[in-house]
Design a protein around this ligand. Structure first.
Ligand code: SAM
Ligand code: SF4
Length: 328
């Protein structure tokens, strides 16, 4: 099987595919004013056939894992068909979704039947009122019921993404730990990342994941050896807890050295970095099965342009105004 390898010897077997930019939440750090169609591109999102073709090309280039993201991916009415189309490529054995969870309770069993193998749910607060303040939606109980439904549907583990914010949720570490004491949840604190639209919030709310690490270790939480699929997360375990804590610290030294992922936006551009520039268009090659070899050549050729690291430390967020359009 060929492998996608860049000029810095990093291997790419993980694709994050955005299937829509649209979202029904208004998270303060992402879409504080809600989703607004981008008048300049005004392009439709990838069709089911285009999704099948682009994932076919990645599968033939050694991709083993795909994550569906967005916007809110579950807003796609053909979401079950999308899952089945991606899983139709035998070498893609892991198919995950990152979701805000509002559809989980109703649909998770169908997604699993269609071929979904892993689930990340975003939950920034365990307090229903604070959850609403952050997301603009009164859906805390619905999301919690959705996580229970995922376990009932047969998922043995659920990952939860929590964007760490100073004096918002970093002060509630104890509640998060109590929540995962008896549940097989990997709770991943993600450092707030600066985006083009989010400069002010970043300056007031960014706090390093190191502050969490300094509180966990004296309590007996132990850093685990990095698993192949952990990507850049540092994972901690504690003998008294069923759950785990993950720390994702994009501002940490060497964060980019473990990069194993490429991204395709909902309009079919290949992004080499979450904080890169406009992306390499693939869509003109997604209209027919016969373009498969050209598509593979464009993807592997594009990878040669991947830079060693992002430029966030210099305050350069690339063209990324917010993370809803390439899916975080
Ligand atoms: N709507 C889905 C959700 O919220 O899970 C999927 C898309 S969302 C863009 C993917 C992940 O990116 C979420 O876990 C979200 O919390 C995270 N995210 C969005 N903006 C972020 C930011 N500025 N810094 C860190 N994480 C962010
Ligand atoms: Fe929507 Fe996810 Fe962005 Fe929140 S983080 S606004 S749920 S895309």
């Amino acid at each position: 099987m060929p492998q996608l390898i860049d000029a810095f010897a990093r291997k790419f077997y993980y694709l994050r595919l955005s299937v829509t930019d649209v979202c029904n939440f208004r998270c303060t750090y992402c879409l504080p004013d809600g989703y607004r169609p981008n008048g300049t591109t005004n392009k439709s999102f990838l069709s089911l056939d285009e999704i099948r073709r682009v994932t076919h090309a990645f599968a033939e280039l050694g991709t083993e894992k795909v994550r569906l993201t967005g916007g809110e991916p579950s807003l796609r009415r053909d979401f079950c068909e999308i899952i089945a189309a991606v899983r139709s490529h035998a070498s893609i054995h892991t198919l995950a979704v990152t979701t805000n969870g509002y559809r989980l309770e109703r649909d998770i069993a169908n997604w699993r039947d269609a071929g979904l193998t892993a689930l990340n749910v975003s939950v920034d607060s365990l307090d229903a009122r604070q959850f609403q303040l952050i997301t603009g939606q009164d859906k805390f109980r619905q999301v919690m019921a959705g996580i229970d439904a995922a376990f009932a549907a047969g998922f043995s583990k659920v990952k939860v993404n929590t964007v760490l914010m100073r004096n918002v949720n970093d002060i509630h570490l104890d509640s998060f730990l109590a929540w995962i004491k008896t549940r097989p949840i990997q709770l991943r604190f993600i450092e707030l990342m600066e985006t083009g639209d989010g400069g002010d919030l970043f300056r007031t709310r960014h706090v390093s994941g190191e502050t969490i690490r300094r509180r966990l270790e004296p309590m007996g939480w132990q850093l685990q050896p990095r698993g192949r699929s952990d990507g850049p997360a540092l994972v901690f375990r504690h003998p008294d807890y069923r759950g785990e804590i993950g720390l994702i610290m994009p501002y940490a030294k060497d964060f980019c050295a473990s990069c194993n992922r490429l991204r395709v936006s909902a309009t079919g551009n290949l992004h080499l970095c979450l904080f890169g520039e406009d992306g390499i268009p693939l869509r003109d090659l997604l209209g027919e099965d016969a373009a498969l070899e050209s598509l593979k050549a464009r993807i592997s050729g594009g990878l040669r342009l991947k830079k060693q690291t992002h430029f966030l430390h210099q305050g350069n967020t690339g063209s990324t105004r917010n993370l809803s359009f390439i899916g975080g």
